[in-house]
Write a protein that binds this ligand. Structure first.
Ligand SMILES: [Zn+2]
Length: 461
């Protein structure tokens, strides 16, 4: 990191003094544009942002006399990156902020994590499960800075499922203590599952996350296990559909993935142990795949390095690793709709782009891979339908009418995908506001919290 988050946060606040009346305009000149949809680089273009939306994209110059000017100096403009499997409130697993701290500490940590995502150029995340619903609301209301969040809320898991963090001697029902941290809900039977799904959705969950099969970092669920009955899964999907949205499922193998698809689940997370036949079915039925390349290929390739894993967990990690490369190759061969989501927190938080870059080592197709973190991700996010809080513009592309979620990277990502790493992400704009600016001598509107309490709280004006 070239600068600390603290300094960036202060700089953001300092810029707010430049606020003007009317919709603010920012004119980017001298930028090469990768729009996240077409696999080409448009050289020497210009882009005009008005308010929080992209107003004009030009292959040449544009005129906007009242706009703030940002000379990109030949950098590449691309859509803000999207991570499709984050856990913003996790630092050291699911239990740390339930057992060892409290929710205030969790909130403070999460605020820091969100600034870090922005600093890396990730302007949107889909949170795949944690106590994030209040934070997402606060970000949307401008109370705290953060990426756009598509929150799942607490994930849904069965007794003995991937999210069962109880102890061996628990009595029936004791597992509910997971709920105390609002990280997840242990539910058994359609009625309990429905109640938990509705509880998430009433507080703004944009989709529902379920644990549909065995996991690695959990104690009571062998990897081969299938979780939730067909009836339970269908009940949860039914509630999601009643809210106009969808369900994503943690699942590794054929039996759990196929049961999830049968029930109407739209996105499979992980998927690393399925057969080619299941991949073909996903393609035929329009089910998307969410890829965690670093976790499956790097971390689970060397499970002995994960010091807090038991022998059993290390064995499960090895098993997942053994199928990962083949599964990714089949997914590429059959042209699944793929998105990337790191599932990387704690020590891996600062390196979210690595998940995308690692996938490129398998795919060897930069545009295909960049789409997983831009336009493909945006397409899946639209499946949140009526629950999508961001309906004013499009995400994941540099296009007229799109949200002004923009990054400038130093280099051509189509030639060298590693330029999406933090240290070559020189400029970050989300919703028309600047969160990072390493360009020299620029003025641009920065994060400005909303609401009447703003002036008193932040000491502005
Ligand atoms: Zn996860």
């Amino acid at each position: 990191m070239k600068k600390s988050l603290f300094i960036i946060a202060l700089a953001c606040l300092a810029f707010t003094a430049n606020a003007q009346d009317g919709p603010r305009q920012v004119l980017f000149t001298n930028v090469n544009i990768y729009n996240g949809v077409d696999g080409v680089l448009v050289e020497n273009g210009s882009v005009l942002v008005e308010g929080n939306l992209i107003k004009q994209v030009s292959e040449g110059t544009l005129s906007a006399p009242d706009a703030f000017l940002v000379d990109g100096e030949g950098r590449t403009m691309m859509p803000g990156l999207i991570d499709m499997h984050s856990h913003l409130c996790f630092r050291n697993g699911m239990l740390e902020f339930r057992d060892d701290y409290d929710q205030m500490a969790n909130g403070a940590y999460t605020a820091r994590a969100m600034l870090d995502y922005l600093d890396q150029g990730f302007t949107t995340v889909r949170d795949a499960g944690c106590n994030i619903l209040g934070v997402a609301k606060a970000v949307n209301n401008g109370i705290v800075p953060g990426p756009r969040i598509f929150p799942s809320g607490g994930f849904l898991s069965q007794t003995g499922g991937h999210a069962d963090t109880g102890s061996f001697n628990d009595r029936i029902g004791d597992q509910d203590k997971l709920e105390q941290g609002r990280v997840g809900y242990i539910v058994d039977g359609a009625d309990e599952a429905i109640r938990a799904a509705r509880h998430n959705l009433r507080a703004g969950a944009t989709q529902i996350k379920i644990m549909a099969g065995g996991g690695v970092a959990s104690e009571f669920d062998p990897l081969h296990m299938t979780q939730f009955t067909a009836e339970e899964m269908k009940a949860i999907v039914g509630i999601a559909e009643d809210y106009g949205t969808y369900v994503l499922a943690h699942a590794y193998h054929d039996r759990s993935v196929n049961r999830a698809i049968d029930a109407g689940v739209k996105v499979i997370e992980h998927n690393f142990l399925v057969s080619e036949e299941t991949i073909v079915r996903m393609k035929q039925e329009g089910v998307a795949l969410s890829v965690q390349a670093v976790v499956a290929l790097v971390q689970f390739g060397d499970p002995d390095s994960i010091t807090f894993f038991s022998e059993d967990q290390k064995n499960k990690a090895k098993q997942v690793n053994s199928g990962a490369l083949q599964m990714m190759k089949w997914a590429i061969k059959h042209e699944l709709l793929m998105v990337t989501g790191g599932d990387m927190f704690g020590p891996d938080l600062p390196n979210q782009a690595d998940n995308v870059i690692k996938f490129q080592e398998v795919a060897e197709n930069v545009h295909l891979v960049l789409k997983t973190a831009t336009s493909n991700a945006a397409e899946v996010l639209t499946w949140s339908g009526g629950m999508n809080p961001y309906k004013e513009g499009t995400l994941g592309t540099i296009a007229e009418g799109g949200y002004a979620d923009i990054i400038l990277v130093d280099g051509n990502p189509l030639e060298d995908i590693t330029v999406i790493k933090r240290d070559t992400v020189d400029f970050v704009m989300k919703d028309g506001l600047v969160y990072k600016n390493w360009l020299p001598n620029e003025k641009a509107p920065a994060f400005q919290p909303a609401g009447p309490e703003r002036d008193a709280y932040f000491g502005l004006h």
